[in-house]
Write a protein that binds this ligand. Structure first.
Ligand code: NDP
Length: 310
């Protein structure tokens, strides 16, 4: 069987992948997009998105991704269900294997595979996901106005999320597994001076508690063995993200945590013809709008690359 040849291959179907597809289609690059394991990406796991410009009444994450998909299709993107199982980026055209069987030869590649929030792995945590359990305070915090919530983690993200939640919630518990924060000094000071944040040191979550209405508490265990419960309405995880870059690491430079390194303000990786967009190359902002913007940049970078390498 002959390998299929593609001018621009996009991997990933979050805001970065679809935005890259919209721009690449309009530039007549005839992009092929593989949706990956979670079609629509992380936004399909949240409820309402209220901070994406252009939706004054907010929009369901699922709906927004369906709209982006439809927009990419309207301009001719060939959107396919499938997972990349192998990548050979040693030379152009790059050889990308889909579902262990089909090989695509891609002149250019946009990696927009996103990042996955880490969860504790408790069954009760999965049970209440979207019903009080969330890994994104910026996305879902607003729904807990005036309520009591918990943030798990002691890094900069956990502190940032706790501070954000403290500005809208009645009370915020921080569940920290050691007796120190990992976060920067400046963040620690801000936490200490925020009255409605209470840090529960040396504590790990045993169970997220709830009923058919959603989360209503958490059971924790302290290092000394004491088990205790707190009433909460929302349970936020901030124990880190894992960028989905493993398949490409052999070829593409990543930082210590696995985020793909891009060149300056561009989306260029160290491999000419391979570009990265969205959360897989952004440990910092991780917003739908910033991912979409980098998807746009990636398509423009591909267009320029193809022109220059004719
Ligand atoms: P970090 O890895 O820095 O912190 C993760 C936190 O979660 C740690 O406190 C860790 O505990 C805790 N943790 C990990 N696993 C578990 C678990 N299973 N149970 C309970 N707690 C757990 O991740 P962040 O997302 O906070 O930050 C990522 C990077 O981004 C960092 O370099 C950070 O500095 C940076 N960042 C900077 C910001 C800024 O400057 N404004 C804002 C946000 C992020 P332990 O310490 O015990 O390992």
């Amino acid at each position: 069987m002959n390998n299929e040849k593609v001018k621009c291959l996009i991997i990933g179907s979050g805001p970065a992948g679809y935005t890259a597809a919209i721009y690449a289609s309009r530039a007549a690059l005839q992009p092929v997009l593989y949706e990956g394991m979670q079609p629509g990406g992380q936004l399909t796991t949240t409820t309402e998105v209220e901070n994406f410009p252009g939706y004054p009444e907010g929009v369901l994450g699922q709906q927004m991704m369906a709209d982006l998909r439809a927009q990419a299709e309207r301009f001719g993107t060939d959107i396919r269900y499938g997972m990349v199982t192998e990548a050979d980026l040693s030379k152009r055209p790059f050889k990308i294997t889909i579902d262990e069987e089909q090989v695509i030869e891609a002149e250019t590649l946009i990696i927009a595979t996103g990042a996955t929030a880490r969860y504790l792995g408790l069954p009760s945590e999965s049970k209440y996901r979207g019903m009080g359990v969330s890994a994104c305070a910026t996305c879902d915090g607003f729904f807990y106005r005036g309520k009591t919530v918990a943030v798990v983690g002691g890094g900069d993200t956990a502190c940032e999320e706790a501070l954000y939640l403290a500005s809208i919630c009645k009370k915020v518990y921080m569940v920290v597994r050691r007796d120190v924060f990992r976060a920067s000094k400046a963040m620690q000071e801000r936490i200490a001076s925020t009255e409605n944040i209470e840090v529960l040191w040396n504590s790990n979550t045993q169970e997220v508690l709830g009923d058919e209405m959603g989360v209503n508490g958490m059971r924790l265990i302290r290092k000394d063995g004491e088990v205790y419960e707190k009433a909460i309405d929302g349970f936020f995880l901030a124990i880190g993200h894992h960028p989905n870059s493993d398949l490409f690491k052999e070829w593409v430079n990543t930082n210590e945590e696995g985020y793909i390194i891009t060149d300056g303000h561009s989306t260029k990786t160290n491999v000419p013809g391979v570009f990265a967009a969205g959360d897989v190359q952004d440990p910092h902002y991780r917003q739908a709008i910033t991912a979409a913007a980098s998807g746009c940049k990636a398509a423009l970078d591909v267009e320029k690359f193809i022109l220059e390498n004719k």
